[in-house]
Write a protein that binds this ligand. Structure first.
Ligand SMILES: *Cc1c(COP(=O)(O)O)cnc(C)c1O
Length: 392
């Protein structure tokens, strides 16, 4: 038997359990509509909250910067030097978020892998929301610190966990997603901060889905709760609302300085590329000039959610543009998603183990790039299929 036979077996298991991931191939840029397999479909899947993934100003900024700086950083920043473009982006992101310093990474995922092991290790403890993102979970594992999970978004349970375990460990860190990507609910950051302070724990929030969405003009969850300068570490991504790719850590300048010395993905992996950085700089320009796109995102969100509720759909606990349409069993969610696609609407079914058994859903991602007529088209498809399948 081949030494890789086990992979064939595992893949067969995945297919039989309906858990094998089929990836759609796109023949167009990200936007309100996509070309998938030669067909135009309404895009309800992407994290392109503000339409920046194909925004003319970001494209132009990227082209201009390539003339001056070329394409790649050509080595890690600590060895070949850093471009002033990267420093500019870090300064601008820090100012945008109202903190003193920021550092960029290749992605949000690597930002978490850099940050957590740099701040805690053996003999320390991490108190982590039970629904935190996979990159936080991996960062926690890499750190070697003891991981203690607390009940989702439950500051009282966090307090219980800290009370029970804090004294057994040296340093402590509390980590939460800002916005939880499957339900679209928001962490009670003010309460979590209060509890963290009582127990002398560093607080880190991963605001990947809050950046460009929450707070004044998209300044994120810390701004939404008016906690500037109080949250030690704010991790973010430049690949969701910012529409490009990259990660950022903003917050206490001491933490940022430490990450420049000890963040392993910073020290051992090359930086964001030139067009990425330039495009992100243009995104900050746009966000600082006007709240128009963020306002449009929220207007679209309110309209779509209220219409879905009027139709009789259950949109769960969401307080953000992430709109789960709760359907219960995974086969129903999958059938719903297939029928939507046949009706020209691309929206993903999400089931176990990404969400609990019996909580399968379609997840609709609203964007400022959607026109009202796009949302109406989507609502009509949901309404027709919902009736056909007996959901509403
Ligand atoms: C998407 C996401 C990430 C990963 O961000 P990338 O920039 O795509 O690597 C990290 N954390 C959370 C909470 C996310 O939702």
């Amino acid at each position: 038997m081949s030494k890789l036979q086990w992979i064939t077996d595992e893949l067969t298991n995945l297919r039989e359990a309906g858990l094998y991931t089929q990836i759609r191939t796109l023949g167009s840029a990200q936007g309100a509509w996509l070309v998938v397999d030669g067909r135009k479909v309404l895009n309800f899947c992407s994290n392109n909250y503000l339409g920046f993934a194909n925004h003319p100003r970001l494209l132009n900024a990227a082209k201009q910067a390539m003339k001056d700086y070329g394409l790649g950083p050509a080595a890690v920043r600590t060895i070949a030097g850093t471009m002033n473009l990267h420093l500019q982006l870090e300064e601008r992101l820090a100012a945008f978020k109202g903190v003193k310093d920021a550092i960029t990474f290749q992605s949000g995922f690597t930002a978490n892998l850099a940050t957590i092991p740099a701040l805690v290790g053996k003999g320390d403890a991490i108190f982590s929301d039970e629904l935190n993102h996979a990159s936080i979970i991996d960062g926690c594992r890499l750190s070697g610190a003891k991981v203690i999970r607390y009940a989702h978004c439950d500051a009282a349970d966090l307090q219980r966990a800290l009370d029970e375990h804090r004294t057994n460990y040296n340093r402590a860190m509390v980590i939460t997603d800002g916005v939880f990507s499957m339900d679209g609910d928001i962490a009670p950051l003010d309460q979590i901060l209060d509890v963290s302070r009582q127990y002398d724990a560093v607080l880190m929030v991963d605001d990947a889905h809050g950046e460009g969405v929450l707070g004044e003009g998209g300044r994120g969850i810390v701004d939404q709760f008016h906690l500037h300068g109080k949250v030690d570490v704010e991790v973010g991504t430049l690949s969701k609302a910012f529409g490009v790719v990259g990660g950022v850590v903003a917050g206490d300048p001491l933490v940022v300085e430490w990450l420049r010395q000890r963040g392993r993905p910073f020290l051992f992996s090359s930086a964001m590329t030139v067009p990425d950085v330039a495009a992100c700089l243009a995104a900050v320009d746009i966000l600082e000039e006007s709240t128009e796109l963020v306002d449009q995102l929220w207007e679209n969100t309110r309209y779509f959610k209220s219409e879905m509720q009027r139709l009789g759909f259950d949109t769960g606990l969401s307080a953000t543009p992430i709109t789960p349409v709760m359907l219960g069993e995974a086969p129903l969610a999958q059938q719903f998603s297939r029928e939507l696609f046949e009706n020209g609407v691309f929206a993903m079914a999400i089931g176990y183990p990404t969400v609990p058994q019996g909580k399968a859903r379609i997840r609709v991602m609203i964007s400022a790039a959607h026109q009202k007529s796009d949302l109406e088209h989507g609502l009509k498809a949901f309404s027709d299929i919902g009736r056909k399948l007996g959901v509403i």
